[in-house]
Design a protein. Structure first.
Lengths: 274, 207
């Protein structure tokens, strides 16, 4: 795959939050890591709900050529409407003022995410555990307002289930959601193995991964602090309803997400610039 | 002109300048120093090393509250950073005021024009579409009650393109942080005010 030229900039696009101090942290950490070790002249971040905003960021960027990668889990309203509108993009490559902008696919739909989800789940478990006796649940938001909202997770679950490899594989891989069936609150009846590992398919440890899902699982009753101040991710495993439950922080907080961002840039080059 | 050269133009050797709540000091030689403008005379400041550490520091107020709007007038003091050159200075300024430094410099150089509030509100979709119904009266209320007390940036945008405002300029040794387009906080508040006015106008008449 062709690499980006070293005089290009990388722009990481994320949601951010006016309420949750942990929301933008994964994007900043990825930017700092890729600035140090990546192939780009400079790495920038921009946010919908924090600053720099999508509208401000063009003033900051002095490189001519820019790869813009949405740090979003799925294709949808933000990647198809909000980001192109706010950034002034009208296709895969757009001239925006003095910039030549390559608009990549969101990180969540890249095949590398599949390996990352599996690795994340395996890293939580003791090495001597038999994986075929473990249920893996990938948890998303889900909403009855948008039938496409679960597509990315269903695709990842299908990919993990079909993943042929020499090593052991999980006993079962399931998708579950906060606000539509199958509900994560029903995890005990949805799964059939004694050990259950739960990985939230979110970019950041926002309200959902550190408050809502732990409560739905029964790990917490009344959490109040921000994710960075909480123990919910650090006290694995928990015994619940006769099972042993391991709970991961959001997949987007994994440092290996830097690889996914680079892979999306490479995939753009292969698809549009080769 | 690139941003580093532009910034250097405001801070020649042997000078100092205020930028928002920051004080930037450049001696004739040596690093460029940055601290809170209230701390100019303190000798007990703690050094913060690196833009990521400064970004994390700026995330929290003295009361330990999250500062999603970094241009709110609530930056903590008690620290300083030293920057070897204007590239480093730019990175550290961005850590304190993400995006606002470039916006300000581009605007002052005549490279960036303000976006009228109506243009910003009218392009909103989804739950923010309703913000487009904001009246001129409520827009002034928004600027007066939300922007003016809550943010250091000076508004450079007009409400409508038909009512342009004079361009802001630098006066003395302080560079004003400049707002060229309503931010997410202003759009959210515009939506709330528009919704409130709509609900009030359409409230059922009591018998």
């Amino acid at each position: 795959m062709p690499s980006p030229p070293s005089d290009c900039a990388l722009l990481i696009l994320a949601h951010g939050s006016t309420e949750n101090p942990d929301s933008s942290q994964p994007s900043w950490e990825l930017a700092d890591a890729l600035q140090t070790s990546g192939p780009f002249s400079k790495v920038y971040c921009a946010f919908w709900k924090e600053e720099p905003s999508f509208r401000q960021v063009w003033s900051m960027i002095e490189e001519r050529e820019v790869y813009a990668v949405p740090n979003f889990i799925s294709e949808g309203y933000f990647t198809r409407q909000v980001l192109p509108r706010e950034l002034g993009l009208d296709g895969p490559t757009t001239e925006v003022g003095e910039h030549l902008v390559h608009y990549c696919d969101p990180v969540g739909i890249h095949p590398t995410m599949t390996k990352l989800l599996v690795q994340r789940a395996r890293d939580l478990l003791p090495g001597d555990l038999t994986l075929s006796e473990v249920s893996l649940i990938i948890v998303g938001h889900g909403t009855n307002l948008n039938k496409q909202s679960t597509e990315a997770i269903k695709a990842q679950v299908a990919a993990i289930s079909a993943w042929e490899e020499a090593g052991e594989s999980f006993g079962e891989v399931l998708d579950a959601y906060m606000e539509e069936a199958p509900f994560v609150a029903d995890w005990a009846t949805l799964t059939r193995f004694p050990t259950v590992v739960v990985v939230p398919f979110f970019i950041a440890d926002g309200l959902h991964s550190y408050q809502d899902i732990p409560v739905l699982l029964g790990l917490e009753t009344n959490p109040t602090a921000a994710a960075s101040q909480q123990e919910v991710f650090r006290r694995n495993p928990t015994s619940l309803q006769g099972r042993t439950v391991y709970y991961s922080s959001a997949i987007g907080t994994d440092p290996a997400m830097a690889t996914v961002i680079l892979d999306q840039v490479m995939a753009f080059n292969t698809t549009h610039l080769s | 002109m690139n941003l580093r050269d532009s910034l250097e133009g405001f801070l020649p050797p042997g000078s100092s300048v205020r930028f928002g709540e920051l004080l930037l000091v450049r001696a004739d030689t040596g690093p460029i120093m940055m601290c809170h403008s209230c701390d100019a005379d303190r000798s007990d400041l703690v050094e913060i090393c690196g833009a990521p550490a400064l970004r994390e520091f700026g995330k929290w107020s003295d009361a330990g509250e999250y500062r999603p709007l970094r241009t709110a007038p609530t930056l903590r003091g008690g620290w300083f950073v030293r920057c070897a050159d204007f590239g480093e200075l730019l990175d550290h300024l961005d850590a304190v005021y993400p995006g606002s430094v470039a916006t300000t410099l581009r605007y002052l150089n005549g490279q960036l024009d303000p976006v009228p509030l109506r243009d910003t509100l009218d392009r909103q979709t989804g739950m923010y579409r309703f913000a487009g119904a904001l009246s001129d009266h409520a827009a002034n209320q928004l600027m007066r009650e939300l922007c003016s007390p809550g943010c250091l940036r000076k508004i450079a945008w007009p409400i409508a393109s038909s009512s342009p405002v004079a361009r802001l300029r630098v006066h003395g040794s302080a560079i004003p942080l400049i707002c060229t387009e309503a931010c997410t906080f202003a759009v959210s508040e515009a939506r709330r005010l528009a919704r409130e006015a709509y609900d009030k106008a359409n409230a059922p008449v009591e018998a």
